[in-house]
Design a protein around this ligand. Structure first.
Ligand code: BGC
Length: 711
């Protein structure tokens, strides 16, 4: 199918929207608030799509997020009576019972900051939800918002006002130690999920902190490592989730330990200007713990709050007195913090809980369980061995299946699980004869495997802040090979933060990724193994065939992001290399067919809706995530295809449903480093829709007349 949008539309285009003027060209890059106009929405059809220039004055930004102006005015009135020493005390951490604390000032309570992206860290009496990477595998925006809101309710219940999450650095290197804390390798998916997490968190009157800004994709040399990222890549890839979070109202952003293009992130005038001017971020910038490296440079570049103590900002008073830092900058720091607390609701309704409050609940345990089941990603299911027949005898192999079940990742995001349901116990709840168990450390495992109908091998790969994984090996390859040699019905369950290599893949019948599933581990897994839940997870990151297919953590101080826009699947697509399992891939116990792609006018003038039919062609009800990829004209310099939308649908066996994915001008835009602005390139685009980054049964071609800039 080919839709033509050409110069013929230009006259009409001018009739439908304002024509561009010089003053409209080249506004600062804007947040993710796309709007386009069509030439004639009443009779809009696929062959009359036009993307019109936008009036920059109409763009919204964090500055226009509900309540920003009112809360700023309120903050100014509040701090009018403060002395300079009150202000100085308010922009630096102090000792206290949370991971971050600010001493009380003039009628304001002490501030409390607590990790983190995976739920309330370190304290007990909390819920261990699945890790963010597991939520990313659900591609379920509503679920992510509910999860964000539940985590924040627990933070608030513990007395925390500011949650140190979500974490939105990208899985650039599959071995990155913190990828379990984030939403995978794709900027569009991460942006969409991070934004909903922010909305969920702040719905509970808890400030969300988008972290770590920016270019913090590895733990090797994590302090001082210099991420060298070109301007276009920075905007299109690494700043994208932050832009979405700011547009969603995030009231705080944490600057990272690393340098960006030679300058430490917490004193980097360029990236902090991108944030505060380009994205119109009205909240406050908090340093990562110990990430501040200077006094004047940090204060002047835009750091607003030093954590965990005032190592540098302790001397801020002298810098203000000498004029090295303007008094207005100090006022601005304080205004931003107070206004953020006011806007999110902390000032009017401060939390009353304490670190010892019990904040977990049966509702949150149910949510943890539902999220874990929904995140399970089925990668292989030969001979339809799954779902399992409860009459079959089962051998469970590996400590992670029994005595040491996996739940969460390590570091500042570590959550203290009140309990962890072991897979063995949950399997036993569902089958007649109790499953047998072997820890896999001796040769007895071969005999045990031969004696069972089915062998399930559990692989845990730990991961933590502070250290990258030394390799993508599971460490259990020999055990899996041994079990598979003794039993053709071998199933592998991966409790991993991301990709692992699978030299044994051809020898096993089935592979599932269970990520870090939280406290409900066994219950979630068994519900999928026995078919109570049809798996619907899709990979938020690529599983490569070899270690060298994607970047390894860089060991020298300079970390060149040479692959530029080609992060994750984009690199393999560009090189024409096969992944082991592609970004966006995941099987179901049923099958889906895609048909009948058409286009229609969107909800806002000029938006384009791709509409198609999805049919459940199998025998049981199931959920599919349909993914939309865009290919740009060759001279736009984009990777072969990039994710630009997705839709989830749950269908009964035999049911067909029409699904829609809406695209905006911003979806067609690239960042132009020569004008420092977004623009839609002219030319031939392709829109492709399907079940993974490597399978798109539907496609259409579209000639687009570009715009000088886009929001
Ligand atoms: C981490 C942050 C965390 C902070 C406070 C740092 O080491 O990088 O993500 O929020 O500690 O625990």
């Amino acid at each position: 199918m080919r839709n033509f949008v050409g110069l013929a539309g230009f006259a009409l285009l001018l009739a439908g929207c304002d024509s561009p003027t010089d003053s409209q060209i080249g506004p600062p890059h804007q947040p993710w608030t796309p709007r386009v106009c069509a030439r004639n929405t009443a009779s809009f059809s696929a062959d009359t799509l036009d993307l019109c220039p936008i009036d920059p004055a109409s763009l919204s930004a964090n500055g226009d997020v509900n309540g920003v102006h009112e809360s700023e005015a309120r903050a100014k009135t509040l701090i009018a009576g403060w002395t300079e020493s009150d202000e100085l005390a308010f922009v630096q951490g102090s000792a206290g019972q949370y991971v971050g604390n600010v001493a009380p000032v003039e009628g304001l309570p002490a501030l409390s900051l607590q990790d983190g992206p995976a739920g309330v860290a370190r304290f007990s009496g909390v819920t261990a939800f699945p890790a963010p990477i597991a939520l990313a595998a659900t591609w379920d925006l509503d679920l992510v918002e509910r999860w964000g809101s539940a985590m924040a309710a627990e933070e608030r219940g513990k007395g925390a006002m500011i949650q140190l999450g979500p974490m939105m650095n990208l899985a650039r290197t599959p071995a990155g130690g913190r990828i379990f804390e984030g939403f995978g390798e794709d900027p569009y998916l991460s942006a969409a999920l991070a934004a909903r997490d922010v909305i969920g968190i702040q719905s509970q009157k808890v400030v969300a902190t988008a972290k770590h800004f920016v270019g913090n994709e590895q733990e090797t040399n994590r302090v001082g490592g210099d991420s060298r990222i070109d301007e276009r890549t920075l905007h299109e890839i690494y700043e994208a989730p932050f832009a979405a979070s700011v547009a969603a109202g995030a009231a705080s952003v944490m600057c990272s330990y690393n340098r960006v293009n030679g300058v430490y992130a917490c004193e980097n005038p360029e990236t902090l200007r991108d944030l505060k001017t380009g994205l119109a971020f009205s909240g406050f910038v908090v340093s990562d713990w110990g990430a501040t490296q200077s006094l004047e440079a940090s204060a002047n570049a835009g750091l607003d709050l030093e954590m965990p103590l005032g190592h540098w900002f302790g001397q801020l008073g002298a810098a203000v007195d000498s004029g090295a830092v303007a008094k207005t900058r100090l006022d601005d720091m304080v205004t931003r913090i107070v206004a953020s607390l006011a806007r999110v609701g902390v000032l009017d309704d401060p939390p009353t809980g304490t670190p010892s409050s019990i904040v977990t609940s049966s509702e949150h345990a149910t949510l943890a369980r539902d999220a874990a089941s929904e995140s399970i990603t089925l990668l292989k299911n030969d001979a339809q061995i799954l779902p399992l027949d409860p009459a079959r005898s089962v051998l469970v192999v590996g400590e992670a299946g029994n005595t040491v079940p996996s739940a969460v990742g390590g570091g500042s995001a570590f959550v203290n699980a009140p309990y962890i349901i072991s897979p063995l116990s949950a399997i036993n709840d569902r089958i007649g004869a109790a499953a047998t168990y072997d820890d896999g450390t001796t040769d007895s495992v071969s005999r045990a495997a031969a004696a069972a109908d089915v062998a399930i091998v559990f692989v845990t790969v730990p991961s933590s802040e502070g250290v990258d994984r030394p390799s993508l090996a599971t460490g259990l390859d020999d055990v899996i090979a041994k079990v598979a040699a003794a039993n053709p019905n071998t199933i592998v369950v991966l409790n991993t933060p991301g990709a692992v290599l699978m030299p044994w893949l051809d020898q096993v019948r089935a592979v599932l990724v269970d990520w870090y599933p939280g406290q409900e581990n066994g219950n979630a897994l068994a519900s999928v193994l026995y078919g109570e839940q049809n798996p619907s997870g899709k990979l938020p990151l690529t599983f490569p065939k070899s270690e060298s297919d994607l970047p390894r953590p860089e060991t020298s101080i300079t970390v060149n992001y040479d692959e530029a826009l080609e992060i994750g699947y984009r690199a393999l697509d560009a090189a024409g290399r096969e992944p082991l399992f592609a970004f966006g891939f995941g099987l179901s116990y049923t099958t889906f067919a895609y048909s009948n792609l058409t286009f229609a006018a969107g909800s806002a003038p000029g938006n384009l809706i791709a509409r198609f039919e999805l049919a459940n062609t199998g025998l049981r009800s199931g959920t599919e995530i349909a993914e939309l990829y865009l290919s740009f004209p060759p001279d736009a310099g984009e990777p072969p295809r990039v994710l630009r939308g997705f839709a989830r649908a749950t269908l009964d066996a035999g049911q067909t449903q029409t699904l829609s994915i809406e695209l905006t001008a911003r979806d067609f835009a690239i960042y132009d480093s020569s004008t420092h602005a977004w623009r839609v390139p002219s030319g031939h685009f392709q829109i492709a829709i399907g079940g993974s980054s490597r399978s798109q049964p539907l496609s259409a071609e579209l000639d687009v007349m570009g715009t000088g800039f886009a929001p």
